[in-house]
Design a binder for this molecule. Sequence first.
Ligand SMILES: Nc1ncnc2c1ncn2[C@@H]1O[C@H](COP(=O)(O)OP(=O)(O)OP(=O)(O)O)[C@@H](O)[C@H]1O
Length: 297
Amino acid sequence: MSTSAAEHAPGHASADGIAARARGLTKAYGSGETTVLALDAVDVDIARGRFTAVMGPSGSGKSTLMHCLAGLDNVSAGQVWLGDTEITGLKERELTRLRRDRIGFMFQSFNLIPTLNAAENITLPMDIAGKKPDEKWLDQVIDTLGLRDRLKHRPAQLSGGQQQRVACARALASRPELIFADEPTGNLDSRAGLEVLGFLRDAVDDLGQTVVMVTHDPGAAAHSDLVLFLGDGRIVDEMERPTAEAVLERMKRFDVIRGQADDAEGRPGDGAPPGASPDASPDISPDASSDVSLDKD
Ligand SMILES: Nc1ncnc2c1ncn2[C@@H]1O[C@H](COP(=O)(O)OP(=O)(O)OP(=O)(O)O)[C@@H](O)[C@H]1O
């Protein structure tokens, strides 16, 4: 299934509201009998100025999709564009520069440098690139994220939620075209997680940023504008204006399909209720399920 594929003129990325685009994106790991097809000819458009969530069962290809769109991993076939730039085929040095200049990253483990204070962590990528931050923008980011009185603190002196806010500010500091967030609330309690999701939402609504977030949590996905559902390396569904309940219901259908596949192949766990077998689980943790009541701010 493709997203807005009809707009696509073959071989060209449009200059309009598309922040990233993939056509026929295929990624295989290994070779011969042990080949794993992580992405199977995925067509996707990531709209500029929107918050897109990527969900799907464990192993469905979420991280691989993010890594390929961000130029962190090479593709086996197909094409990927960031804005108008086709990144498939770029040399590693060009990719490094492109990631540094045009993409912001947030990870589950905040990836802050322990010896640097919050302010230094926020500007580190720009310092490495030898670029001066736009002070007005940086002030806006710091105030939006409520970090003004935490700038001199080192990561160990900050709560998990505050550390992730610093990571969020770092991702925003260079005003990137696209922010990729991989399970950004995975290490946070639900209150801190909600706070970070609210800031990502604000980054889109108030600062005009574009965010793509991989998550297992329907409550987190409910903060997005659009959820893309991956199954077995393909985009199998999408949901506009998601609610946590609707996302959870959609995820449960992966259980049913996997259960049926298990039945057909006579795998252990036949007849078990959806989600009862570890293999069949869509990887929604009990915590995630309990977060279903979380709603948009
Ligand atoms: N480096 C690798 N070598 C071999 N296989 C890999 C590698 N990385 C991922 N895979 C396989 O590719 C498929 C997709 O993996 P991916 O990590 O993208 O899924 P995911 O949806 O992000 O999973 P999870 O929710 O568990 O993080 C899986 O079958 C996985 O085992």
